[in-house]
Design a protein around this ligand. Structure first.
Ligand code: GRF
Length: 203
């Protein structure tokens, strides 16, 4: 199972994915890590760990469409079975999403459909929810909206700040994406005609 992971910064989710594939001997390979920003420290980490690390900088392109086209071409070169967005902070065009339809996943730091968009932890605290978490979903043209593959929940504590909550969620993100990558590598994830996700062998 050929994977390409897209990042914009630290890439802690990407690092977890790489470590999971390697330490658990999964039938999968992270063929490349691609970032849209030159200062994404995850690129250095990937390179240092023997993974092709590539920059496709959105600032180098005049329009969103041109960037997305260049990004799609860079990804296609690796012939991925799945493209995993991990801390990738760009809204992708419908054309890009369609090109990778059914093969493009993202992790969002909230229990979707609650709190789409940015600053999810501030949203959770402002709303007073008692449970928060993260969601791995297939990407569709509607932002933070696609078919849900897996979710992980964390309690919101009385003295939580956005940072303490973000840290608790990030720990679950790592476990969640590792679980989903195992399922993808084992070929157990499918989307039915109603765009519902089925994971073979999982309730
Ligand atoms: C984190 O806030 C995480 O919740 C979200 O993207 C941000 C960076 O994650 N998915 P990463 O460390 O770059 O994977």
């Amino acid at each position: 199972c050929r994977l390409v992971v897209l990042i914009s910064g630290r890439g802690s989710n990407m690092q977890t994915i790489v470590n999971t594939v390697r330490t658990q001997g999964l039938p999968a390979e992270v063929c490349a890590v691609i970032a849209n920003k030159a200062n994404a420290s995850g690129l250095e980490w990937a390179h240092a760990h023997g993974i092709q690390a590539k920059l496709v900088a959105h600032r180098d392109y005049a329009t969103r469409t041109e960037f997305d086209q260049a990004l799609a071409q860079a990804i296609d070169a690796y012939r991925p079975d799945y493209v995993l967005l991990a801390g990738f902070m760009r809204v992708l065009t419908p054309e890009f999403v369609e090109h990778f339809n059914g093969r493009l996943l993202n992790i969002h730091p909230s229990l979707l459909p609650a709190f789409p968009g940015l600053h999810t932890h501030q949203q959770a605290l402002a709303t007073g929810v008692q449970w928060h978490g993260c969601t791995v979903h297939f990407v569709t043209p509607v932002l933070d909206h696609g078919p849900i593959v897996a979710q992980g929940a964390v309690p919101v504590l009385a003295d939580d700040t956005p940072d303490t909550l973000a840290e608790r969620v990030l720990g679950v993100e790592h476990h969640l994406y590792a679980q989903v990558v195992r399922w993808l590598a084992e070929g157990r994830v499918s989307l039915d005609a109603m765009q519902r996700v089925h994971v073979r062998g999982v309730a």
